[in-house]
Design a protein. Sequence first.
Length: 123
Amino acid sequence: MNIQLDIWLRGDNHATTEVISPVGPEPRAWTDREVGDVLKGMLRALERARNPEADGERPIALRGFSWIVNQFDAGGVVIALELSLGAVVAGPFDIPEGDLTSMIERVVAADRLITRAASETVH
């Protein structure tokens, strides 16, 4: 499935559009895994817009950004992420807003636990 992104970098007066393809099923069939792939794809695209030489396989932690799932005027919902670097919006997606919001909450919370556990030092 191709996902359209609109990307705005801080300090630029224009937006760019990019397409990512991180997931296969339609949004109503997404699991937490696909939602995580979409979020990571959005963050990678924002980084590439700022730094085209960025390593496309660099590890990503799902923290340090604000997010929202919002209704789209023409139907469906969009995911918007905002960081100090800029903002990226993906969609629209044909999935209930509450379902997508719940999945993002779970994915971000699970990633925090994984990231925290990986960074702890045991002496």
